[in-house]
Design a protein around this ligand. Structure first.
Ligand code: BGC
Length: 759
């Protein structure tokens, strides 16, 4: 499988540069560094120069002109931390910049097998010195604080002195854009300089946050490759340092500089000692050793996560790109989760949303369960904040997870499209159940998972009420943010029903296993409450319209006017940037899959016919302005046998960032969509479902593909699925035999199983 993504990169316009800064960023779940040019840019070229630490935030005011009771007045923003990227190369006094001299060739590469990016430039200086420059960068998966820049220069037609001026800057700020609500909208400065220490050629820069009392310490040092000799001196400059590296280069010779950059923060490390320790440890290893360890880590990742598509190699690579970004973005400690833009940019301010549970966690649950477990542990870690949030919103019991957050408190300033999305509780509960069904890990459910599910279930009881014999949930917002504050959003009610049912199931399962007592006592859960959960689930009102044979999105949705999408000019999309929310709320127009999403994850609630009718109905009024939409349409289209549509929606999702289809990749990748790409293959084309009754597949790949292969973990086994136009072959790669359902029939999978598709 080809895991090299290359771009002939001669474009120097601002937009292309910004998008490439995102696409080629380096991250490992702890740190993320945008792919900015080391040497900087001339005046007038826009850049978002950024380095981020997952969950490293400051508190910032949310300006509410009319601050009603309980409104969020403070948010957390992931900070842009110290800039260690700066390196200017001088060829005998002439500074390298692709904006001067002659750019003969340029290429960017992302090597997803080896885990590094490379910028290659063939350049002739204004005075005629011709050089090849190759800059590799790596965010280490095995040494999370390490970011390495490996900068090598080959002199093609000259020899003599060359030098590097390398910077380590603490005076950084976040990016902002007053015109875009999806970004921070105002200028702010959060990092307060603490100190700068120089030890030999190494430098240590420390800063503290203005309000959250966190600190960051970055360390930088340089080495010239063994065969290269030269001198390195480091001095203070402002709140940072600058190092001068002097060397000589022979004609046709190559000189390589390694810049080791270490990021540490006070959430996870004792500072500043840890920065020094990590720097010494990293530098004690030769770069070749670091590269090898990186490749080995990714070898293990791809062994379980790879998806091969015979018949469309371009698409296969696009899929690999999406999966690679997921492993780059996922937090790997209990402080962090997966931000909506991963660690690639500042869109959505580094916040975690339901994106994790519904769109990304399934990938980890089925390929890398330890990461999924960590994502659930993160939610468990903020359960107390969720309990406080529920009280603030007037609920006597249970927990309400914040719509967007880093450390657990609500960061949404616009509650109708934020806090009111109570479905996040159902989403988190769904992810815990999915993890349980796939892994069978009951001890973890007893320890953490069940408590989350019980507390979320309690909240539904409090927010909903009975009316005319049915349990109803009023005044909430479903996933579609163009329709806010409604009664009985179908998706929300279906997810509440699932959550309540599973609270009852976990009670029964844990009781039977003899592991209920700890959690039951801890949260004083009574059998009466369990009965109430069960009744509310059975009596849940799920709106249905007889005439159209569909599930209305909510009680009032079908009574609204339909937005005239066919006469809306292209430049008016996304609608949220051109229309007042109230105006949008009065129309039947969907930003994203809502009822259609429910038809995927809670599919057993409706007949196939209703699902088909709903799909066709909502398809006509959906803009897919949210990147969380087309992947879901692809999955449900697959379920319904709309194969052409399934492929088309899938293509839009797979290429969303690589082709900047939403026009905002500069602000960061769309991580939820990336998880959705995986789901569209595994749940969509392969038709995987894991339910309490077992595991099943209904494979049907796009007609243009010859085959598709992927692996999943299920219980103690790993299963390889190979799907062709004719059917599928399943192989038990490891673990004990399993019963699997294929096209509605049960088989025992103990070695290899071939099932033909009945057409
Ligand atoms: C979507 C939300 C999503 C958020 C972060 C919004 O545009 O409507 O569903 O959670 O982006 O990705």
């Amino acid at each position: 499988m080809d895991l090299i993504y290359e771009l002939d990169d001669l474009k120097t316009d601002g937009q292309s540069l910004l998008v490439n800064e995102t696409l080629f960023h380096n991250a490992n779940g702890y740190i993320g560094i945008r792919s900015n040019f080391e040497e900087g840019y001339p005046e007038g070229i826009d850049t978002i120069r950024g380095a981020y630490i997952n969950a490293f935030y400051d508190f910032r005011e949310i300006k509410q002109a009319e601050a009603f009771y309980g409104f969020a007045l403070e948010k957390q923003t992931m900070l842009n931390v110290h800039d260690t990227q700066g390196i200017t190369l001088y060829l005998d006094g002439e500074a390298f910049s692709i904006f001067t001299g002659t750019l003969v060739a340029a290429k960017r590469t992302l090597n997803m097998a080896a885990g590094y990016t490379e910028r290659y430039v063939h350049w002739i200086s204004p005075q005629g010195k011709e050089a090849e420059i190759r800059i590799r960068r790596l965010a280490s998966f095995v040494r999370l604080p390490l970011f390495l820049i490996d900068y090598s220069v080959t002199a093609l037609n000259f020899e003599g002195p060359i030098s590097f001026v390398s910077s380590h800057r603490g005076d950084v700020e976040n990016y902002f854009n007053p015109a875009d609500p999806r970004l921070s909208q105002e200028h702010f400065r959060s990092l307060i300089p603490k100190d700068v220490v120089i030890e030999g050629s190494a430098s240590f820069v420390s800063s503290v946050t203005s309000k959250s009392a966190l600190s960051v310490c970055t360390a930088v040092d340089h080495i010239l490759a063994e065969e290269d000799t030269g001198s390195i001196t480091t001095e203070t400059e402002g709140h940072g340092t600058v190092s001068h590296i002097e060397g000589r280069i022979k004609k046709q010779g190559t000189l390589t500089l390694y810049k080791y950059c270490i990021f540490t923060d006070s959430l996870r490390y004792p500072l500043p000692g840890a920065a020094e320790l990590e720097l010494r440890r990293a530098m004690a290893e030769k770069p070749a050793v670091l590269y090898r360890a990186q490749e080995e880590y990714l070898g293990r990742f791809w062994e379980g996560a790879r998806i091969e598509i015979e018949g469309d190699k371009e698409l296969e690579k696009a899929v690999a790109y999406n999966l690679f970004e997921l492993i780059q973005s996922a937090g790997k400690d209990p402080y962090s989760n997966i931000a909506a833009k991963g660690l690639s940019g500042e869109g959505y301010e580094g916040h975690y949303f339901w994106d994790t549970e519904i769109y990304m966690e399934p990938f980890f649950t089925l390929t890398n369960p330890d990461i999924a477990k960590n994502l659930i542990s993160y939610r468990y870690g903020i359960l107390d904040e969720a309990r406080k949030n529920a009280r603030l919103l007037g609920h006597a019991g249970g927990a309400l997870f914040p719509w967007r957050t880093i450390m657990g408190r609500e960061c949404s300033g616009y509650f109708p499209a934020g806090t009111a999305q109570y479905h996040i509780n159902g989403d988190i509960a769904w992810s815990v159940v999915s993890y349980y069904l796939a892994s069978g890990d009951l001890p973890f459910i007893a320890e953490k998972g069940a408590e989350i599910v019980f507390e979320c279930a309690r909240l539904w009881l409090d927010v909903g009420n009975y009316y005319r014999g049915k349990f109803r949930i009023n005044e909430v917002t479903g996933p579609d943010e163009y329709t806010c504050l409604v009664n009985n959003n179908y998706y929300t009610n279906a997810s509440a029903q699932y959550n309540l049912r599973w609270a009852v199931r976990f009670w029964e399962i844990l009781k039977e296993a003899g592991t209920l007592e700890d959690v039951r006592r801890k949260i004083s859960l009574s059998p009466d409450e369990i009965d109430a959960f069960s009744r509310a689930a059975e009596d849940m009102y799920l709106p249905y319209d007889e005439e159209l044979g569909i599930n209305p999105q909510d009680d009032s949705f079908l009574s609204k006017k339909k937005w005239d999408l066919s006469h809306t000019p292209r430049e008016e999309f996304p609608l949220l940037l051109h229309h007042h929310p109230l105006h949008l709320n009065r129309y039947q127009v969907c930003k994203q899959a809502d009822t259609v999403l429910a038809h995927f994850i809670f599919e057993d609630a409706q007949s196939l016919e209703t699902i088909r009718n709903s799909f066709l109905y909502y398809e006509n009024i959906s803009t897919h302005d949210s990147s969380l939409s087309t992947c879901i349409y692809s999955i449900v289209a697959s379920k319904l046998g709309f194969r052409e549509k399934a492929s088309r929606y899938f293509g839009d999702s797979a290429n969303l960032d690589l082709q900047n289809l939403h026009g905002n990749t500069k602000d960061g990748i769309h991580t939820a969509n990336m998880g959705g790409v995986w789901m569209a293959i595994v749940y969509g084309f392969a038709g995987l479902r894991i339910k309490e009754g077992g595991i099943g597949f209904t494979p049907a790949i796009p007609e243009s593909w010859k085959s598709c292969r992927f692996k999943i973990r299920y219980r103690d086994s790993q299963i390889l699925a190979e799907i062709t136009g004719k059917g599928a072959v399943f192989t038990l790669v490891s673990g004990t035999p399993k019963i699997i359902n294929v096209y509605g029939k049960e088989y025992e999978l103990s070695d290899s199983l071939t099932v033909s598709r009945e057409t």
